[in-house]
Ligand binder design. Structure first.
Ligand code: KG4
Ligand code: ZN
Length: 348
């Protein structure tokens, strides 16, 4: 089954073609340079860029996979969560194609896509993982931090989520505070600085470490960083940027690992997945690996290139939904759901 995937949920215009869970093409136009100067995603600019690029990104995904558009079996598109006006661009385009070529549509939750990014295969079929349900999935991106029990295909239970900022957001904001400028995204910069710094320089709090639920909170940590910086003189702050970065990064990553450890203990689930843009972070990966090895489970990360937003993960999730016959029943009723949750998958 050949599926065209489309995602325009945030700041990447993405299209991909998969055959089952094998990725044949995965195309992306990144808007990061457009938003970088503003220190974050500007919705109007995102919408315009999606509209300008969507046709060429889709055409290139079809061409690179050598798939004439009339030969695709179905189209999987992200309906949410995400930026409302950005989501609308991908949905509108998928409806146009579905109507023009008489194709079925599959509505995919963006976070569902991030989960399935751990189960995608490259072109030559590498990473042929057998599903061993259940999995504990940590989804960590710029907009979301969720701990999910992945019970079976398309069955998810959210065990916990952030009560304020997402982990990626905390990382982005913290990096801006440390550097005192508007860099975006902060993650890769914070990670590079941290490698040269001392994580013990400041012992930042590990928010929610003692709570018995699986929720996360990062806004207090950001405030601690703010006050730590305020107490330092300009020179001291500049001289210690790497130390500040390493200490802050350690606190964010530790908070994620503490909750995963608690969840593994409480649920008895040994196999875990870590996905989303923040999952590319080496410290996070190493610490999670240690957690899993101790318990004799298996850890899965996305294939290279599938950590951040992409459409291959949407198409792969779409494939498993297609296996269950979960197609959109009425194309006209398909609509964006900016606050969509994995607990309650929408039906159209
Ligand atoms: O999944 P993603 O690409 O987009 C969203 O859906 O949000 O995640 C983006 C987030 C940003 O907050 C970015 O700073 C963070 O992932 N990130 C990282 C790293 N690379 C990107 N965080 C920590 N370490 C990294 N190396
Ligand atoms: Zn995402």
């Amino acid at each position: 089954m050949r599926i065209l995937g489309i995602d325009t949920s945030c700041d990447e215009t993405a299209a991909a073609v998969v055959e089952g869970r094998r990725i044949l093409s995965n195309e992306l136009f990144s808007q990061i340079p457009i938003h970088a100067q503003w220190g974050g995603v500007v919705p109007n600019l995102a919408k315009r860029a999606h509209e300008e690029k969507i046709d060429s990104v889709i055409n290139s995904a079809l061409e690179k996979s050598k798939t004439p558009i009339n030969t695709i079996d179905t189209i999987a598109v992200t309906y949410g969560p995400g930026l409302s006006i950005a989501l609308g661009v991908g949905i509108k385009k998928s409806k146009e194609i579905a109507k023009k070529y008489n194709k079925k549509l599959i509505a995919v939750n963006h976070m569902e896509g991030h989960i399935y990014s751990c189960f995608a295969q490259n072109k030559s079929g590498k990473s042929d993982i057998n599903f061993e349900f259940p999995y504990l999935v940590l989804l960590v991106s710029g907009g979301h931090t969720e701990l999910v029990l992945f019970k079976d295909h398309t069955y998810y239970e959210i065990l916990g989520k952030t009560v304020d900022d997402a982990a990626g957001e905390a990382i982005d904001k913290g990096t801006r505070l440390i550097l005192d400028n508007k860099v975006y995204p902060g993650g890769p910069i914070l990670e590079a600085m941290s490698e040269k710094g001392d994580p013990k320089f400041i012992d930042f709090p590990r928010p929610m470490a003692r709570s018995t639920d699986f929720n996360f909170s990062f806004s207090g940590l950001k405030t601690s960083l703010f006050y730590a910086l305020k107490q330092m003189g300009d020179r001291e702050r500049i001289n210690n940027q790497n130390n500040l970065a390493a200490s802050y990064q350690m606190a964010v990553i530790d908070s994620l690992c503490i909750k995963m450890r608690q969840a593994m203990k409480k649920t008895g689930v040994k196999n875990i997945c870590v996905a989303g843009g923040v999952a590319v972070n080496k410290l996070l990966r190493d610490k999670m690996r240690i957690l899993v090895e101790r318990n004799g489970g298996r850890i899965l990360f996305p294939l290279k290139g599938l950590y951040g937003d992409n459409a291959a993960m949407i198409a792969v999730a779409g494939y498993f939904k297609a296996q269950k016959g979960l197609f959109v029943e009425s194309i006209d009723s398909l609509d964006r759901v900016p606050r969509a949750s994995l607990d309650k998958l929408e039906k159209f």
